[in-house]
Ligand binder design. Structure first.
Ligand SMILES: [Zn+2]
Ligand SMILES: [Zn+2]
Length: 94
């Protein structure tokens, strides 16, 4: 697992990504992510949620996409936004 992803998972409980619904576990906006297997709350949002939140919130410093548009690399959309975009979104939210 890349360090950046690990950092996301272990980031603070009140993550600003909670302001949007989770595309992975379908937690509503404002609700914590849950494990689908046992319904337990996760201490941090799913990486997919953080990525979706960064995509809505920030312009990507790496590929210059506007808010709402997925990051892309070599003309192909990325499944997750660039790390720098997540950082940018966190700085905007802070
Ligand atoms: Zn989730
Ligand atoms: Zn990007």
């Amino acid at each position: 697992m890349p360090n950046s992803l690990r950092a996301l998972i272990h980031s603070s409980a009140a993550h600003p990504a909670r302001t949007i619904p989770c595309p992975h576990c379908h937690a509503s906006a404002g609700k914590p992510c849950t494990l689908r297997t046992n319904g337990r709350h996760l201490p941090a949002p799913h990486p997919q949620r953080v990525s979706a939140w960064a995509q809505q919130t920030a312009i990507c410093p790496e590929c210059q996409t506007t808010p709402g548009t997925p990051c892309h690399q070599d003309g192909l959309p990325l499944r997750y936004v660039h790390d720098r975009r997540t950082t940018e979104a966190k700085e905007t939210a802070a």
